[in-house]
Design a protein around this ligand. Structure first.
Ligand code: PTJ
Length: 246
C-alpha cells in the first residue's frame, strides 16, 4: 500500500504521530476522547514549535533524578500512551526500576486487555492494574481512575502520569505521592498540580527522559511553577518570532 503521508511533507513527523494514534484507536487501544485529547496536544505542540524546549529539558533532568531516587516508582499507562510509545514505557521502567500499571479514565475491561496485550507484545513482563483482587480506592476521586493496584500506584512514592486529568494528580498529591507528568499544555490543572510537569510531546520527551536516566543526573532544585512560567515564555517568544516573519 502506498504510504498516505509523503516523507517530504513539511509536517510529516506530526502526521506520523497522528496516524499512529489513529491506528491505535482502530485496534481498540485508544478511547475516542483520546483522539480529541491528542488534537489539543497537537495545537500546543504547534505553539511550542514541535521541539523539546529548554524548560522541558530542565524538567526532564529533574524527573530523571526523582525517578532514580524513588523507592517505589510506578508508571501509569492509559490508552494514548500505550498507543504512542509502548516500547519506551517498558524501557523507562527498565532503566528506573518503576512498575507499570494500567489505569484508564474511560475504563473498559476490553480496552484494558488491549493495552495489556500491547505492553506484553512490546516486552513487558509484569503489568499491574488488571487483577481485581489487588484493587484499592484512591480517596478524593470519583472517576474510574480511583481504582488502583495495592502493589502499584497505591503503594508508590513517585507516579508518572502522562496525559493525565487534573483530578487524579490532585488525589495522588493528597495521598502524599510525588507526581511527574507529560503535558503539552502548561496551563492544564495537571501541569499546575504536578511536582514536575514536562511540557513536551510525550513521544519526544520520553526518549529524552530515558537518556537522562541513563546518565544518572544528580538532584538539583526544581520549581514547577517557575518552570511552567518559563515554558509559557518560550511559547510567547516562539510566537513573537512568527509574528515578525508574517
Ligand atoms: O485512555 P484513557 O481512558 O485513560 O483516556 C486518556 C485521555 C487522554 C483521553 C484522558 O486522560 C483525558 O481526557 O485527558 P485530558 O483531560 O484531555 O488531558 C490530556 C492532556 O494531555 C491535555 O492537556 C493535552 O494537551 C495533553 N496531550 C495530548 N497529547 C499529548 C499531550 N501531552 C503530551 N504529549 C502528547 N502527545
Amino acid at each position: 500500500m502506498k504510504p498516505v503521508i509523503p516523507k517530504s511533507h513539511p509536517r510529516a513527523k506530526s502526521l506520523y504521530i497522528r496516524e499512529k494514534l489513529a491506528h491505535a484507536f482502530d485496534s481498540g487501544l485508544v478511547a475516542k476522547e483520546g483522539l480529541m485529547a491528542h488534537g489539543r496536544g497537537e495545537a500546543f505542540d504547534y505553539l511550542i514549535g514541535e521541539r523539546t524546549s529548554k524548560a522541558a529539558r530542565k524538567a526532564i533532568k529533574a524527573a530523571a533524578s526523582m525517578l532514580l531516587l524513588a523507592k517505589t516508582p510506578v508508571i501509569s499507562v492509559n490508552g494514548n500512551i500505550a498507543g504512542l510509545c509502548p516500547r519506551e514505557i517498558i524501557e523507562l521502567s527498565r532503566v528506573t526500576g518503576a512498575k507499570i500499571e494500567i489505569n484508564l479514565f474511560y475504563a473498559s475491561e476490553k480496552r484494558k486487555q488491549s493495552v495489556l496485550k500491547t505492553l506484553r507484545k512490546n516486552g513487558a513482563k509484569t503489568v499491574l492494574g488488571t487483577d481485581r483482587r489487588n484493587s484499592k480506592k484512591l480517596s478524593g476521586l470519583d472517576s474510574a481512575r480511583r481504582i488502583v493496584d495495592k502493589n502499584g500506584i497505591y503503594a508508590a512514592d513517585v507516579v508518572v502520569v502522562p496525559l493525565e486529568d487534573g483530578d487524579r494528580t490532585l488525589a495522588l498529591k493528597k495521598a502524599g505521592k510525588k507526581v511527574i507528568t507529560f503535558d503539552l499544555n502548561p496551563l492544564s490543572r495537571t501541569a499546575q498540580t504536578a511536582d514536575i510537569a514536562i511540557v513536551d510531546n510525550v513521544v519526544r520527551g520520553i526518549q529524552e527522559l530515558i537518556s537522562a536516566c541513563k546518565k544518572n543526573p544528580s538532584k538539583t532544585p526544581f520549581d514547577n511553577k517557575k518552570n511552567l512560567a518559563d515554558s509559557i515564555i518560550e511559547i510567547k517568544k516562539n510566537l513573537m518570532k512568527r509574528a515578525v516573519r508574517a
